[in-house]
Design a protein around this ligand. Structure first.
Ligand SMILES: Nc1nc2c(ncn2[C@@H]2O[C@H](COP(=O)(O)OP(=O)(O)OP(=O)(O)O)[C@@H](O)[C@H]2O)c(=O)[nH]1
Ligand SMILES: [Mg+2]
Length: 353
C-alpha cells in the first residue's frame, strides 16, 4: 500500500511523515520544487507478535506501507504540474494533512488557518485535474470515432463512460463515488485519476487544541485528528520511553497506528498471516478476496498449483494456544479455492506445481 502525503505548503506534511515513519527529515523548509521522500514502514499488529510467540519462527515479517511525503502541492490555484502529477498518480491513496495549529511564525499560503476551506480547496484542485484529463481523453476519443481508427462500438462505449465521468466531475463529485463495472474499472486503472483514490484527512492540531468539526463531501474519505509536532517528537523517542509520554499527554494510541488502521479501513484492506518454523508473515488483501487470490499474494506458484488451504482464525489460535490444540478442537479447517478470507486468518496453502 502506497500512501501519498499531500497538503498545502507548511501544513505539517514532513512533520506527520516523520511521525508515521520515525523519520528525521528537516521540517519548516519551504520548497517550491517537486520533491518526494519515501519510507517503508511495518504495519504494527499485535496479532503477528502473538502468532510468532506461538510458532517461534526464525523471522517475523510485518505487512508494509509506503509513505511518500510529497512537497510542492497547492497554491489554491488548481494547478498541479505534470511533474507533480507523476508523483501523485501511482499512489493507492492520499493522506491530506490539514493545518489546524496556530503559529504566527508559520504563515499560511491562503492567509488564514481554516481547515474546512483547505479540505474543500484541495478536493477542488484534485477534481479540476481529473476534469482536464477526462476532457482531453473525450476529445481524443471523438477524434478516433471520426477517423475510424478503432472499432466504432468500442470507441462509443468508452465515450459514454468518459462522459459519465465528466458529468460527475462537473457536478463536483469525485470519481470514487461512482459505481463502476469490473470492466470499466480495468479500463480506468491506468489513468490514475486523483479523485478515484481514497483520502484520509489528518487534522494537524496544535498542542491542546480541540478537534474542529469538518463536513465531508466525499464518501471515500475519513478524518483522523492528531498533534503532528508532538507525535513526531514521540516517534523519535527511544521505544521504552514512549508509553510514559503517551500517558503524560493523554494520547491513548500513537497516531501512526491510528493512521494505518484508518487507511486499511478506508481502502477496504485486511490482513492474513502465513507461518512456519522459518517465518511468520503478515500480508494484505482486499476484503472479500478468495483464498486463491490470497495465495497469489504470497507466491504465483501457490496460486497456480493451489490444492487446498488450512485455515485457522487468529482468535481461535490465540485462545487455544497452539496449532495442535486448534486441530484437535476442529478449529483448523480445510478450505477450497473459493473460501473468502477473513481478517486475521492464519493460512497454510497446500499446492503442487
Ligand atoms: N505549533 C505547531 N507547529 C507545527 C505543527 N506541525 C508543523 N508545525 C510547524 O510548521 C512548519 C512546517 O512544518 P512542515 O512539517 O515542514 O510542513 P510541510 O507541509 O512539510 O512544509 P513544506 O514541505 O515546506 O510544504 C514547521 O516550522 C513546523 O515546526 C504543529 O502541530 N504545531
Ligand atoms: Mg515538507
Amino acid at each position: 500500500m502506497r500512501l501519498g502525503i499531500i497538503g498545502f505548503p507548511q501544513s505539517g506534511k514532513t512533520t506527520i511523515f516523520n511521525a508515521l515513519t520515525r523519520g528525521q527529515h528537516p521540517t519548516g523548509i519551504a520548497t517550491a520544487r517537486v520533491e518526494v521522500h519515501t519510507a517503508v514502514v511495518d504495519v504494527p499488529d499485535p496479532r503477528v507478535d502473538k502468532i510468532a510467540q506461538i510458532i517461534q519462527p526464525k523471522k517475523v515479517v510485518y505487512a508494509k506501507v509506503t509513505y511518500g511525503d510529497i512537497a510542492g502541492l497547492g497554491e489554491g490555484k488548481g494547478e498541479i504540474s505534470g511533474a507533480l502529477l507523476n508523483k501523485l498518480s501511482p499512489m493507492d491513496g492520499f493522506v491530506h494533512v490539514v493545518r489546524c495549529f496556530e503559529n504566527a511564525n508559520v504563515p499560511h499560503v491562503l492567509g488564514s488557518v481554516d481547515p474546512e476551506r483547505d479540505v474543500r480547496v484541495m478536493d477542488e484542485e484534485l477534481l479540476l485535474n481529473d476534469q482536464i484529463k477526462v476532457e482531453g481523453k473525450l476529445e481524443r476519443l471523438q477524434d478516433e470515432w471520426r477517423k475510424g481508427t478503432r472499432e466504432k462500438t468500442v470507441v462509443e462505449r468508452e465515450i459514454s463512460l468518459f462522459k459519465r465521468l465528466n458529468t460527475s466531475l462537473q457536478e463536483q463529485k469525485p470519481l470514487c463515488d461512482i459505481e463502476f463495472s469490473d470492466e470499466e474499472e480495468k479500463l480506468l486503472a491506468g489513468y490514475g485519476f486523483l479523485t478515484c483514490k481514497p483520502m484520509l484527512i489528518v487534522l494537524n492540531l496544535g498542542e491542546e487544541q480541540s478537534e474542529p468539526q469538518i463536513a465531508l463531501e466525499r464518501q471515500h474519505s475519513r478524518v483522523v485528528a492528531l498533534q503532528g509536532k508532538l507525535e513526531m517528537e514521540i516517534a523519535q523517542l527511544p521505544t521504552d520511553e514512549v508509553p510514559m509520554f503517551l500517558q503524560e499527554f493523554g494520547i491513548s494510541e500513537p497516531g501512526l497506528r491510528r493512521v494505518i488502521r484508518e487507511s486499511y479501513d478506508l481502502m477496504n484492506l485486511q490482513s492474513f498471516f502465513t507461518g512456519n518454523e522459518n517465518e511468520v508473515h503478515a500480508w494484505t488483501v482486499h476484503r472479500g478476496a478468495t483464498v486463491l487470490e490470497a495465495a497469489g499474494e504470497v507466491h504465483s506458484d501457490m496460486q497456480r498449483g493451489f490444492i487446498r488451504a488450512e485455515v485457522v482464525a487468529y482468535e481461535d489460535l490465540a485462545a487455544l494456544g497452539n496449532l495442535a490444540e486448534a486441530r484437535a478442537q476442529g478449529k483448523l479447517r480445510l478450505e477450497g479455492k473459493n473460501y473468502i478470507v477473513q481478517d486475521g486468518d492464519l493460512i497454510n496453502i497446500r499446492f503442487n506445481i
